[in-house]
Design a protein around this ligand. Structure first.
Ligand code: DON
Length: 573
């Protein structure tokens, strides 16, 4: 019924299309709706986990729209993909209706009212290692449940009960974990035990986890039932809120009943910008993603990327120099718009971005310390999740959601059965001090009571000629913005199909540290040598991004890109 689409190279586009046809042909229970090219026209769901994709497509088949499917998928991911899917975290949604109405929902976590600017610093004013990353104090007030209630109330068609039921069933009856999940959970065994002394369903005491082991989460099922019965109050008030607060008291966390009751998801005006003949609809602050994405696109637009070629040295050089400048802006100018006046109009002005590129010099890399001061080292962690959905009518949803690090703070709420986020680390805990992604920040993103921490999540929808063209997003911390950017130019400038654009090897620069991270084989040896000779420090690293995307073809069919870097799965009908 579903299939993870495997990695591709550019040269394999034709065979990929054929393979996709076979995959999809073998996936569908019914051939209805499938056209001759083997792409699907009724609906498409692409998520990080096969079980969540199944949930989404079943909701679409029952007559639900893209928002119904998205809500069902968000809750299903909280069960089947606990490293990032969540009810104890937050995220962002970009929506485009079939008629072209666009909207953006901010359900990012907030700092507790008791949070304070220096809460992660020692007496000498230095950040205390891991204090913003692990345990109860790392958690922000969760936003996902409020976000889903808000999205469903505004756009949903099926009942709230219907969209919650699949997640409840998965938690209550259990589901078979993937090989990758078995290995992750075994690797985390000790740390999960240390943080959760009373045990959790994620820890298997009798034996180690294996592929296809059944994961049953009874406490989580009960929490989901309360949310199903009572909506927002089922999570932010009553028994679940009591468990969260009791958990905070056990671990010296800050979240109170009042914090929970006060939490609101916020509709925001999407960022809309142009790139060549395309319109980009993306997430405004509290995420930095949308502004940075438009800045990157505006910075590279004057250059003939297509003529140079995908990941050719000139392409890489221009992209890296654009990234260096845009991430420097991110560190200085971006934060929660309810607390800090983000200079959005300037940052989105095409002349500003073109001007930023004028000190770029073909002969050598611009040192980052000439753009702005400071040096820092980043760490890798890849555990957020993105999903893309298009329904029969052409409504589209792009959601990125996270606990921040893998399994968030590792704290499972006793009695509630769900993990709490460690999103507080996305604040700038001290000006110039790097967070877990090596990102630095200042005043704009300083901690304050009830403030949202800055994000890089970039759920995006692209339009061409007034019609839906692409739905795209990815996890990857600081690499999110550059992965979404590269996926878009892979399609627009390098003529890749959706799966090839997603699978293509990626690279990343974020101003500081002054290094270009690259996936193995992303750049050929000749281009690599040329870039090194110009002073670019190339650092090989593991996978960059886990993009899940959908492309609407000229024929009106839907083409999927499910990232082969994970268990990501596309299902169409
Ligand atoms: O909001 C952010 O930018 C981060 N908390 C996202 C974390 C992430 O993407 C982790 N891994 N994939």
């Amino acid at each position: 019924m579903q299939k993870t689409i495997k990695p591709l190279t550019k040269l394999k586009i034709t065979s990929t299309l054929i393979i996709s046809v076979i995959i999809f042909a073998s996936c569908v229970s019914s051939q209805l709706g499938k056209n001759d090219s083997g792409e699907f026209k009724n609906g498409m769901v692409v998520t990080a986990h096969p079980e969540a994709s199944k949930v989404g497509i079943e909701i679409l088949k029952k007559g639900g729209n893209a928002v119904d499917a998205a809500v069902a998928v968000q809750f299903a991911l909280a069960v089947v993909y606990p490293n990032a899917g969540n009810i104890g975290g937050g995220g962002f949604m970009v929506y485009r209706s079939a008629k072209g109405e666009v909207n953006a929902l901010d359900f990012r976590e907030k700092a507790s009212a008791a949070a304070s600017r220096d809460m992660y610093l020692d007496a000498a004013g230095n950040p205390i290692v891991d204090k913003s990353l692990y345990g109860h104090l790392a958690a922000g007030v969760p936003g996902s449940v409020a976000g889903m209630v808000e999205a469903h109330q505004k756009y949903g068609k099926l009942s709230w009960k219907q969209v919650l039921q699949p997640a409840i069933d998965l938690a209550e009856k259990g589901f078979e974990i993937t090989k990758r999940q078995a290995s992750e959970l075994n690797g985390l065994h000790r740390r999960l035990m240390d943080v959760n002394i009373n045990g959790t369903a994620l820890v298997n005491l009798e034996s180690t986890w294996q592929e296809k082991s059944l994961l049953v989460q009874t406490e989580l099922a009960n929490t989901l039932k309360l949310i199903q019965q009572k909506g927002k109050a089922g999570f932010y008030e009553g028994a679940v809120a009591d468990s969260i607060v009791a958990e905070m008291q056990r671990g010296n966390g800050l979240i109170t009943k009042q914090d929970l009751k006060n939490y609101r998801a916020v509709w925001r005006k999407p960022i809309v910008g142009n790139y060549r003949d395309y319109k980009i609809i993306t997430m405004p602050p509290t995420s930095s993603g949308g502004i940075a994405l438009i800045q990157l696109l505006q910075s590279v637009e004057p250059y003939p990327l297509k003529r140079w070629g995908h990941n050719a040295d000139s392409t890489v050089q221009v992209v890296v120099e654009a990234e260096r400048r845009v991430y420097a802006d991110r560190a200085t100018h971006l934060g929660d718009p309810d607390f800090y006046k983000v200079p959005q109009n300037t940052l989105l002005n095409i002349n500003y971005n073109k001007k930023r590129m004028t000190d770029f010099n073909w002969a050598s890399a611009t040192p980052s310390n000439q753009i702005l001061a400071g040096v820092t080292k980043g760490k890798e962690s890849e555990e957020t999740t993105h999903f893309s959905i298009v329904d029969h009518d052409g409504n589209a949803v792009s959601i990125t959601t996270t606990l921040n690090g893998s399994y968030g703070s590792l704290v499972v709420v006793k009695g509630g059965g769900f993990l709490l986020n460690n999103e507080m680390d996305d604040f700038s805990v001290k000006p110039g001090a790097p967070n877990m992604y090596g990102l630095v920040g200042g005043e704009a993103n300083a901690i304050a009571p009830n403030k949202r921490m800055l994000s890089s999540m970039t759920p995006t929808i692209v339009e061409k000629d007034g019609k839906l063209f692409m739905v795209v997003g990815t996890p990857g911390g600081s690499t999110i913005i550059t992965s979404v950017f590269q996926t878009i130019i892979n399609v627009i400038d390098f003529d890749m199909n959706m799966q090839s654009a997603v699978a293509a090897k990626k690279f990343h620069h974020q101003w500081l540290p002054d290094e270009v991270y690259i996936e193995k084989d992303a750049i050929d040896s000749l281009s690599t040598e040329k870039l090194k000779a110009k002073g670019y420090k190339l650092v090989y690293r593991g996978p960059i991004g886990r993009v899940d995307a959908i492309l609407k073809t000229k024929l009106g069919t839907l083409q999927a890109g499910a990232d082969p870097r994970g268990d990501d799965t596309a299902i169409g009908y």
